[in-house]
Ligand binder design. Structure first.
Ligand code: BES
Ligand code: ZN
Ligand code: ZN
Length: 459
C-alpha cells in the first residue's frame, strides 16, 4: 500500500477529466486522436466512465475520465478514486479538467484509493499511481492520507489485537515519530490519580484501563483533542444484543480519529500546543464490573448515577475532559462513537458536531465543504438538561425515554468542560465500499477540523 504521489516522470500518461455538462467543449480541446477515439466510443463524460486512448504502437496515449454532471457528483465524493481503481498499473498525471478544491479532492481521493487493510493478508500490488498535480500541496495531502490510514488501521484491527495496551502503543509510536511527550496512567493508579470513572468502566477487563496523555509543540494556541478509546464495548452488565455488539471493535473510533488528526497536525508542523487525551478501556463483564444504579464520583466531583453500563463512553470521556480543563486550552475537541442515536439521526456519512460558538460552527462547515468531509451541526439544547438530572445524584448517564440520545450525551459531556468546546458524535465506520472509503474503519471530521483550525484558533 503506497499512499504517496509518484515521482515526476516525463512518460506519465495524461488524464483528461471530462464533465458531462461541459463535455463538448472539453472534448473539442483534446488532441485529435483522443477526440476521435472518444467520439467512436460515444464517451460523454458520464461519472466514473474511463476510456483509455491507445498509443500508435502500443501502450496508452491518454486516459479520459468521466466526471459526470454537478448533480450526479453531489451524490457522493472522491469520484476520482473509482477511476484510479479501474486503471492499469502505471504512472499518470492530471492534464486537464480539474482545478482548485476539486483538484485537491481528486488528488486525495487518488491517494486514499490505495488504502487497504492488509495486516492479516498479503499486501496488494501497487495500482495506478498519480504524480502530484501542479498547484496542490502534495506533502500536505500525503500527511493527511497517512493520518487517515492510521485511523482506519487502528479501527480495523480486531479488539483482540487492539486493546488498551495496543492503543497506548499506537500513541507511543506516533509520539516518537513526532517527538511528542507522552504520559500514561494505568490500572489502579487511575484511582490514586483521581480518574475514578475511567477506572470503573475499565476495571472488569483483564486488560488494564489507562489514560493516555500526549503533548506536542510549545508555542501558539492550545488545542486539546479527546478521543473515546473503548477498545471493545460489550455493553457491560447491560450487555448488548449480538447484533449491536458485532461492530464494537470500532468503539475506539474517536481515539483512532484524534490520533490520525494529531498525525496531520504534527506532520504539518502547525504552530500550536497540542494535547491528546485518550481514555483507553475495554467495557467488559466480570464480578467487579460497575453496575446499574451504582453512583460514581467523577474527577470533577460531580456524581453520576449509572442507569446503563452501556453508556460508558461519556463516563470515561468526562474524566478526561475534566483533565483537559486543567491547563486552559483555547479549544477542546472530543471525538467519540458515543451514541447509536447519532447514527440514526444522520447516518454513517455525516459527522454530527456540537459547539456553542457560532463562528467555530461556520468555520467548520465551510472547511468541511472545501475538503469533502461533511459535518452537520447539532444543538446543545438546554431544555434537555433536565433529562440528564436524576433525583439522587448530579447526573444520569442514560436518560430514559429514548429522546434525543445524541444531544443528551453531548450535554452530559459539556458539564465537564469549562473551556471552548466542540464535540463530535461520529460513527467511524463505512458500512459498504464507497469511493476512497472501503468498507471498514474510517476517519470522520478530522480533515474538516484540520482545515478549520487556522480560522478557529487564529493560526
Ligand atoms: N458505543 C456505543 C454507541 C454506538 C453504538 C455507536 C452503535 C455507534 C454505533 C455506546 O457506548 C452506547 O452503547 N451507547 C448507548 C447509550 C444508551 C445506553 C444511553 C446507545 O447509544 O444506545
Ligand atoms: Zn456502550
Ligand atoms: Zn461505547
Amino acid at each position: 500500500m503506497t499512499l504517496t504521489f509518484a515521482e515526476p516522470n516525463p512518460n506519465a500518461i495524461p488524464i483528461h477529466v471530462i464533465s458531462a455538462d461541459k463535455a463538448d467543449d472539453a472534448l473539442a480541446r483534446l488532441p485529435d486522436a483522443a477526440r476521435s477515439w472518444a467520439k467512436a466510443h460515444d464517451f460523454m463524460g458520464g461519472l466514473g466512465e474511463v476510456l483509455t486512448v491507445p498509443a500508435d504502437k502500443n501502450g496508452i496515449a491518454a486516459v479520459l475520465i468521466g466526471y459526470g454532471t454537478q448533480a450526479k457528483r453531489a451524490r457522493d465524493r472522491f469520484h476520482l478514486a473509482v477511476a484510479a481503481k479501474k486503471l492499469p498499473a502505471g504512472v499518470y498525471h492530471l492534464a486537464s479538467g480539474l482545478e482548485g478544491d476539486a483538484l485537491e479532492e481528486a488528488a486525495l481521493a487518488w491517494l486514499l484509493s490505495a488504502y487497504r487493510f492488509d495486516r492479516y493478508r498479503k499486501p496488494g500490488k501497487d495500482g495506478a499511481r498519480l504524480i502530484a498535480p501542479d498547484g496542490v500541496d502534495a506533502a500536505r495531502l500525503q500527511v493527511i492520507a497517512e493520518g487517515e490510514a492510521l485511523t482506519r488501521d487502528l479501527i480495523n484491527t480486531p479488539a483482540a489485537d487492539m486493546g488498551p495496551k495496543e492503543l497506548e502503543e499506537a500513541a507511543q509510536s506516533l509520539s516518537s515519530t513526532h517527538d511528542a511527550r507522552i504520559n500514561v496512567i494505568k490500572g489502579d493508579s487511575l484511582v490514586s490519580s483521581n480518574f475514578p470513572m475511567i477506572h470503573a468502566v475499565g476495571r472488569a477487563s483483564t486488560r488494564a484501563p489507562r489514560l493516555i496523555d500526549m503533548r506536542w509543540g510549545d508555542s501558539g494556541p492550545g488545542l486539546t483533542l479527546v478521543g473515546k478509546g473503548v477498545c471493545f464495548d460489550t455493553g457491560g452488565l447491560n450487555i448488548k444484543p449480538a447484533a449491536s455488539m458485532g461492530l464494537m471493535k470500532k468503539d475506539m473510533g474517536g481515539a483512532a480519529t484524534v490520533l490520525g488528526l494529531a498525525h496531520m497536525i504534527m506532520g504539518l508542523g502547525l504552530k500550536l500546543r497540542l494535547r491528546v487525551l485518550i481514555p483507553a478501556v475495554e467495557n467488559s463483564i466480570d464480578g467487579n464490573a460497575y453496575r446499574p444504579q451504582d453512583i460514581l464520583t467523577s474527577r470533577k466531583g460531580l456524581t453520576v448515577e449509572i442507569n446503563n453500563t452501556d453508556a460508558e463512553g461519556r463516563l470515561v470521556l468526562a474524566d478526561a475532559l475534566t483533565l483537559s480543563d486543567e491547563d486552559d486550552p483555547d479549544l477542546v475537541v472530543s471525538m467519540a462513537t458515543l451514541t447509536g442515536a447519532a447514527r440514526v439521526a444522520v447516518g454513517p456519512d455525516l459527522s454530527p458536531f456540537y459547539t456553542d460558538n457560532d463562528d467555530h460552527a461556520a468555520a467548520l462547515a465551510k472547511a468541511a465543504a472545501r475538503v469533502a468531509d461533511p459535518v452537520w451541526r447539532m444543538p446543545f439544547h438546554e431544555p434537555y438538561e433536565a433529562m440528564i438530572e436524576p433525583s439522587i445524584a448530579d447526573l444520569d448517564n442514560a436518560p430514559k425515554g429514548g429522546f434525543a440520545g445524541s444531544i443528551t450525551a453531548a450535554l452530559f459531556l459539556r458539564r465537564f468542560v469549562e473551556n471552548p468546546y466542540m464535540h463530535f458524535d461520529i460513527y467511524g465506520w463505512q458500512p459498504s465500499d464507497a469511493p476512497a472509503r472501503p468498507k471498514g474503519g474510517v476517519g470522520m471530521g478530522a480533515r474538516a477540523v484540520l482545515e478549520a483550525l487556522p480560522e478557529m484558533l487564529g493560526l
